[in-house]
Write a protein that binds this ligand. Structure first.
Ligand code: KG4
Ligand code: ZN
Length: 333
């Protein structure tokens, strides 16, 4: 069955055609129109600009997704669209477009949770992957652990109490002069610095599976301001290396606890920060040590894209979920 997946929750407009079925999961097209260059001027996503850019892109990228896949709209079995969580104006563009397309062409419509879609990206890279498993979602807006009991059954078991990991990377990236979003630039820069150069607090809280990134972020900001006041040069590579190490160590430590608590033998990581090479390497080491299967989506599927929405939407469709013209977007989870 061909599923058209549509994503517009933040700063990427995406449409994808994915062939989903018992025998495999194949991406036929996955077109992503990124707005990063526009938002870079402001050092972060400007919601109103994002909504307008989605409106400009959505029709063209949907045509392109169908054309690249070589699939007619009449061959699409379901349209899956991200409805929550995200920027409300941005989400509404995708939701209204998908609703109209589905209604006008009599195609079943399915509402998709953006975080569940990030997790479903792993099904596209690992065709044999099946729940149950533990999922660590690390994105610009979320950092959380889920017990994934079934394709459509998720239990939130821990996560950040304040900033998300991606947000924490982006904020420090901006302060040390990296272009927005700073996550991938910090990832590369960290290889050039000394990971023990700065003394930083750990984001891993002692309680359960929770984390907090506000303390480490403030510690780095204080370090930079202190150096400036004393007229000392800062070394961005040392900051990137020390900061990344603490964040990655905390995520690995909590993942280890989550594996122990849940007894899960498979770990899925998902979201933009799941592309981080240090995190991927350290989780590989952890999973090898613990005898756990690590199913990571390929790096190109970690950021926001329509294929992951189609993947999640397919399982919602199979569970019988259908949306009608009353479908709305929500900023919240
Ligand atoms: O999942 P995503 O595309 O959007 C949200 O749903 O939030 O995640 C975007 C986040 C940004 O904060 C970006 O800096 C971060 O993912 N990111 C990375 C890397 N690539 C993207 N963070 C660390 N290392 C990377 N390689
Ligand atoms: Zn996302």
């Amino acid at each position: 069955m061909y599923v058209l997946g549509m994503e517009s929750s933040c700063d990427e407009t995406s449409a994808a055609v994915v062939e989903m079925g018992d025998t495999g999961r194949k991406i036929r097209s996955n077109i992503v129109a990124s707005q990063i260059d526009v938002h870079r001027l402001y050092g972060g996503v400007v919601p109103e600009i994002a909504s307008r850019a989605h409106i400009e892109a959505v029709t063209g990228i949907t045509h392109e997704a169908l054309e690249t896949a070589g699939i007619a709209l009449s061959d699409i079995g379901a349209i899956a669209v991200t409805t929550h969580p995200g920027l409300i104006g941005a989400l509404l563009v995708g939701v209204n477009f998908a609703k109209s397309l589905a209604y006008a062409n009599n195609i079943p419509l399915v509402s998709v949770n953006h975080i569940h879609a990030h997790i479903a990206a792993a099904y596209l890279t690992h065709e044999d992957l099946k729940p149950p498993f533990l999922a660590l979602v690390v994105s610009g807006g979320h950092t959380c652990f889920y017990r994934v009991k079934d394709y459509t059954a998720f239990e939130l078991i821990g996560g950040t109490r304040d900033d998300a990991a991606g947000e924490a990377f982006d904020k420090i990236g901006r302060v040390i002069g990296m272009p927005y979003p700073g996550g991938s630039a910090l990832d590369k820069l960290a290889y050039e610095g000394n990971a023990n150069a700065l003394k930083l607090p750990s984001p891993a809280l002692t309680d359960g599976l929770d984390l907090s990134f506000s303390g480490i972020k403030t510690a780095v900001l204080n370090y930079i301001n202190g150096a400036k006041q004393k007229g000392e040069e800062i070394n961005p590579a040392d900051i990137a290396a020390s900061y990344t190490k603490k964040i990655v160590d905390a995520l690995v430590k909590k993942t280890d606890s989550a594996l122990k608590v849940t007894g899960m033998k498979t770990l899925v990581i998902a979201g933009g920060v799941a592309a981080n090479s240090h995190l991927r390497a350290d989780l590989e080491t952890l999973c090898t040590k613990r005898g756990v299967r690590l199913a990571m989506p390929e790096r190109s599927l970690c950021g926001d894209n329509g294929a992951m929405v189609a993947s999640a939407g397919y399982y919602d469709y199979l569970s019988g979920a259908r949306a009608d013209t009353s479908l709305n977007a929500s900023a919240f989870d």
